[in-house]
Design a protein around this ligand. Structure first.
Ligand code: HEC
Length: 143
């Protein structure tokens, strides 16, 4: 009897651990997306001509995108959909999903080398933004 109770308590505890570990991973990956967004937004303002070209800010944004594009594909374990904006298709078409992160990393790496001034910013940065949008279109809930 006692053994059974202990076992039940252990099972309940491990279930709680699994749930909180999952909500953690959702929060963790959302934090990485938000951080990219924060760095990319000022570059969007430069693209629109609202602010002057600032090479340091562009490079910082691209460095973060390159880094996060490598980490994020590992942060969508199976079953981590609850409470997130990720659609089931993330896990149904996981290879395609991961390939879009690789594409994002490639575009950001190319842009990092190519962008030296306002003209090269306008020629190259939109490819990075498109790589964000292409994935959201299919894999993220419309908010
Ligand atoms: C390969 C797919 C993919 C790419 C590429 C991608 N995203 Fe996302 N993004 C997602 C998914 C899926 C979510 C939902 C994550 C969740 O809620 O668990 C998301 C969520 C977000 C969020 C909302 C985070 C929050 O919860 O507030 C922002 C902001 C965001 N992405 C910005 C970006 C930016 C900026 C880029 C490009 C630099 C980008 N994303 C590239 C798939 C992608």
């Amino acid at each position: 009897m006692i053994r059974r109770l202990v076992l039940a308590a252990m099972l309940a505890l491990s279930a709680i651990t699994v749930v909180s570990a999952q909500s953690n991973i959702v929060e963790q990956r959302e934090a990485l997306f938000k951080a990219m967004n924060r760095e990319v937004r000022p570059v969007g303002a430069m693209l629109k001509g609202e602010t002057a070209f600032d090479a340091a800010k562009v490079q910082a944004a691209l460095d973060l995108v390159i880094k996060n594009a490598q980490v994020l594909p590992t942060m969508f374990p199976a079953g981590s959909q609850d409470g997130s904006e990720a659609l089931p298709v993330v896990w149904e078409r996981n290879d395609e999903f991961k390939a879009l992160f690789a594409k994002l990393g490639d575009e950001a790496a190319k842009a990092k080398v190519a962008i030296t001034d306002d003209a090269s910013l306008k020629a190259n940065f939109p490819n990075v933004l498109r790589a964000c949008g292409n994935c959201h279109q299919t894999f993220r809930k419309k908010s």
